[in-house]
Design a protein around this ligand. Sequence first.
Ligand code: CMC
Length: 428
Amino acid sequence: MSDTAKLIYNGKELELPVIEGSEGEKAIDIGQLRAKLGLITLDPGYGNTGACKSNITFIDGDKGILRHRGIPIEQLAEKSRFVEVAWLLIFGRLPKRDELDRFSARLTANSPIHEDFRHHFDGFPVNAPPMAIQSAMISTLACFHQEFLQLDSHEAFEEVAARLLSKVRTIAAYSYRRSIGRPVIYPDPQLKYVTNFLHMMFSMPYKQYIVEPEVEQALNRILVLHADHEQNCSTSTVRTVGSSRANLFASAAAGVSALWGPLHGGANVEVLEQLESIHKGGLTAQQAIDMAKDKSKNFRLMGFGHRIYKNFDPRAKILKESAESVLNKLGVHDPLLDIAMGLEQIALKDSYFVERKLYPNVDFYSGIIMRAIGIPVNMFTVMFSIGRMPGWIAQWKEQHDDKDGRIVRPRQIYTGPTLTDYTPMDKR
Ligand code: CMC
């Protein structure tokens, strides 16, 4: 017999089906609630609301588990590469050799951008925020690839997925080059995904940037760790926009905008700025922790806390090790890493953080690694958007193919004035 929950309201009784996911998570299906009892649910921030069924990513926030298509993130971080993880997320399983080769070839073929599209970069102020450019340019891709605004075959989807995944990195590198007044560097078809990105970021027309293997591995790992995270703010945005049947470019551009905020992807910038200000201000780690606990201060410890993880964010654990090893290999001593480790050490024992289950999240250590690689702080969230693109594409497609999928349209509880007559201007 299937599980149900009973709701009694105003003398009426409603039996609600309880559905169970493949990892034993349970949810009450309230689909009949309004029709039968005239009620809706109220859940600001959707902390208790499942918006969809999904078979892409599983998170158990209490145990600190993250898996893509069933595979633990620790295994993917150690054994896989970003392009392979992208394929896994988008197409549902690990690719065979020929499938991966075909996808990689598509990425290479699509790495250049149309010359007219390139001229759009000149229209932005030099000091424009890179996330604004990222979102605008991804949206503009729809003008240059109109044949993909409606997808009618698997082949077309594979092609548009590759175009977006490939061009997003070219767009990011070009916006950085323009912001520092350097000529754009065209992608090199001989180079792999991450190396090609670093080439476009740091080479000069007269001097090739030599990518150290440690740097390539570190960045590859950062992208892998950001590739998907189920129904977070930006992914929910992508799915919401996609639910109106908007095309993939428009939906992904909306995802970039959602990611920009400091409580989401923008936190990686805030973490670095906060560590820098602690360093420059000569604050001790304990003083910074005390400020974060003081509610009158409006100061949060950035890179700490997570809506879902009430245990270590598994990505933060991997990145902490990566940060130490990358800095060692590159011979960089960064005082900000020492401060970060000091903050973590104190917070993990402090009752305020322990009681609220606030642990370091993915953004806490990623910035220190990117800084060591030479990526400027204002590009950190852009890096997140490159990493998250496979997840957005996979989630958009899942939503697109869902036969039961409906346009996302939440309800509300109205709390404004009741019926009020219009007052003419001279009577107000
Ligand atoms: N520093 C100090 N106190 C905190 C922090 C923090 N970083 N995070 C949460 N709290 C406190 C908060 O003040 C509240 O305390 P109280 O119960 O006394 O009012 C309690 O912990 C619960 O916080 P919340 O804001 O209700 O939790 P949430 O689930 O709505 O927010 C969060 C999650 C990630 C937005 C929040 O922890 C935060 O603002 N963290 C700092 C920003 C950050 O690192 N964001 C990156 C998230 S991971 C990557 C991503 O998703 O992009």
